[in-house]
Design a protein around this ligand. Sequence first.
Ligand code: ADP
Ligand code: ADP
Length: 232
Amino acid sequence: MIEIKNLSKSFKGKTSNVEALKDINLIIYKGEIFGIIGLSGAGKSTLIRTINRLEEPTEGTIFIEDTDIIKLDKKKLRSTRKEIGMIFQHFNLLNSRTVFENIAFPLEISGYDKSSIEKRVNELLEVVELADKKDAYPSQLSGGQKQRVAIARALANNPKILLCDEATSALDPKTTKAILNLLKKIQQEFNLTVVLITHQMEVIKEICNRVAIIEDGKIIELNTVEEIFAKP
Ligand code: ADP
Ligand code: ADP
C-alpha cells in the first residue's frame, strides 16, 4: 500500500512560487493499477516523482507499507528504491550500452555476480520478448522495443511497485496497446502495484482499476474506472 498524506510541493520562482501539488491525500492499494490523469501542468509528473523521491515534497508524508519514505536517509532510500521501478516517456536508456547491458546495469549497481546477472537478464529478456535483440543498441530499436528494454530494466531488482511516467505518450496507438498489455501481464505475474500518469484517457480505460483526476495540483475526483466512465 502507498499512502500519501497532506502532500504539497512548491517550486521557487523568481517572482512567485509555483504550487505544483496542494494537500494531496491518496491511498493506492497493493496489486492495483492506479492511474493519475490530468492536463499538462496539472502536477502529475511532480506527484509520481515524489513517490520515489526524485522530487522532495515541501510538506507531507508518503508511506510505502510501514516506511515513511520522506524520512529515509540516503542509504536507506537507496535500498527502498530497489523496491520501486520506474519507466519514462523517453525511455531513458543508456545509448552506449546494448539491450543486455542496459538491463544488467541496475543489477551491477546492486553488486550481483556475473553469472547471476546473466541468468536474471536472460529471464527478463524472455518476459519482455526481446531475447533476439539482446546485443542491439537502443538506436537500432523501435520506440516500443525501447520501452520493453526499460520495463525489463525497471523489473531487474524485483520491485513491488512500478511507476510509469507517461510511458506510452511517445508511442503510436498500436504500440501503446502492446505496451499496456505487457504492463498488465507483468502486473499479474509479479503481483506489482502499478502507478501511472498519463494525459491519455484510452490508457486509463485500457488498464487501470482506479483513477484520480488531477487539476491545478489538486485531486478533483477519485473513483473506479467503471464509475468514472459510467457517468452521463
Ligand atoms: P504535469 O506532469 O501534469 O504536466 P508537472 O508536475 O510537470 O505537471 O508540473 C506542475 C507544475 O509545476 C507546472 O506549473 C510546472 O511548470 C511546475 N514545475 C514542475 N517542475 C518544476 C521545476 N523543477 N521548477 C519549477 N516549476 C516546476
Ligand atoms: P516530460 O513532459 O517529458 O515528462 P517535462 O518537460 O514536463 O518532461 O519536464 C522535464 C523536467 O523539467 C522535469 O524534471 C520537470 O520537473 C522539469 N520542469 C517542468 N516544468 C518546469 C518549469 N516550469 N521550470 C523548471 N523545470 C521544470
